[in-house]
Design a protein around this ligand. Structure first.
Ligand code: AMP
Ligand code: MG
Length: 393
């Protein structure tokens, strides 16, 4: 199968139509989920004319005069008197402004006179009243479907009484590591073995992407064994992620196993560095990625291809944050036949520094990185000071 550009691969991945359905959960459990229905306000906000300071509610036209104090209005209480000429009521922040008053003067700007009267000792600046409905009107849309729910969205749900919310179901994602050299992290590897770091990395990436991961263990480099794990994973999940076994080695069975499992393979090579052997296919029940075995490649291809698709499956528009920053130094590469994805650090002076990185197996390079930059096909040099786009990771 021919090698395609990263942009083509991205378009193929994103054009798969699969979409998870909705479910209703408590708003307090909705952090990081994708909102699946619009939310409107059930009331005006603020619900009444509200004092935004501690002070005295009175009439602007009386500010030069000595004012009689009628009552004290704590937050959570309704005023019992309306304010007339040369009158005022002591009022606390958040309390309803009494009828008749058109401003609240701050305590700090007043003076108490011996006879229990009050005098304004400043010049008028503003009314200090948050008007009923000035933030939100009853029925206004306050949160739109398709957004990732953050703490500030949960506050909005709380204020409009939306205590149960409709979110997209989390895609179920299977993780399988393939390779006869792998042992689980709690084991001491034998002479020719290494610890499996991809599975736990992918499970964490899946969780961060707002999906639900399920680990299926290590498949040895054996076609029959890999096929049976893959078939089970496909039947139980919306997406299957395999790592390893996609290169050109004698025991790289993953593409042929996928075909035997009934997967229609759409690509097996992307002109990207790292991550060239990334494989993608469709099954009637789920979508399948064969990610490279190298942990850095697997990490980066998840961020660049898998994560956008997971977002789309949940009805969320993929809008990654891109930060534009200058290169801290000149960066040169020898070959430009593939798009390079380069892990970078953001320095304290807001410039971009590629992390020291010896290739796609250099796993300890990634914790240093704050983001990924991409260098297009055909480009070999980023000059010092050249502005690049950083995708935070
Ligand atoms: P492969 O794609 O199977 O040829 O693997 C490429 C490289 O990645 C080899 O050096 C593997 O040992 C390594 N590798 C494969 N799978 C994993 C894994 N799950 N965790 C850590 N390294 C891996
Ligand atoms: Mg292998």
């Amino acid at each position: 199968m021919e090698m395609i550009s990263f942009e083509q691969a991205f378009d193929i991945v994103m054009s798969t139509g699969f979409r998870t359905g909705p479910e209703t959960i408590s708003y307090t459990d909705s952090l990081n989920r994708i909102l699946a229905g619009d939310i409107a306000s059930d009331m005006d906000l603020p619900p009444f004319n509200k004092s935004s300071v501690d002070g005295f509610a009175c009439r602007k036209s009386d500010l030069g005069n000595d004012l009689e104090i009628l009552e004290t209005i704590p937050a959570g209480n309704w005023p019992s008197k309306s304010v007339g000429t040369n009158q005022c009521s002591r009022i606390m922040t958040g309390a309803p402004v009494p009828d008749g008053a058109d401003c609240v003067i701050m305590v700090e700007e007043t003076e108490m006179l011996p006879a229990g009267l009050l005098r304004f000792r400043s010049s008028f600046k503003k009314e200090n009243i948050a008007k009923k409905g000035e933030d939100v009107r009853k029925g206004d849309l306050v949160l739109r479907a398709g957004k990732i729910i953050r703490p500030q969205d949960i506050a909005v749900m709380a204020s409009v009484g939306q205590i149960s919310v409709t979110v997209s179901k989390m895609p179920c994602v299977a993780v399988i590591s393939s390779g006869s050299e792998l042992v689980e992290p709690d084991k001491i590897p034998g002479l020719s073995q290494i610890r499996n770091s991809n599975s736990s990395q992918l499970m964490a990436q899946i969780e961060r992407a707002g999906a639900s991961g399920k680990y299926y263990g290590i498949a040895a480099d054996d076609e029959a064994q890999t096929l049976s794990i893959v078939e089970k994973a496909i039947s139980e999940n919306d997406m299957v992620l395999l790592t390893g076994g996609v290169s050109m080695g004698d025991f790289d069975f993953v593409p042929s196993v996928l075909e035997r499992a009934g997967v229609k393979i759409l690509f097996t090579r992307i002109a990207v560095q790292p991550g060239k052997p990334t494989t993608f296919g469709l099954h009637s029940k789920s979508v399948i990625f064969g990610l490279p075995g190298n942990p850095v490649s697997s990490f980066i291809q998840f961020e660049m291809l898998v994560r956008p698709l997971l977002s789309k499956m949940m009805g969320c528009e993929w809008r990654p944050l891109n930060i534009f920053m200058p290169m801290n130094d000149k960066f040169v590469r020898r070959f430009a036949d593939r798009m390079a994805l380069i892990p970078v650090k953001i320095t304290d002076d807001a410039s971009v520094l590629p992390v020291e990185y010896h290739g796609s197996a250099h796993i300890s390079a990634l914790p240093e990185a704050d983001g990924i930059i991409s260098m297009p096909v055909g480009k070999k040099i980023f000059e010092k000071g050249e502005v690049v786009s950083v995708r935070p990771i």
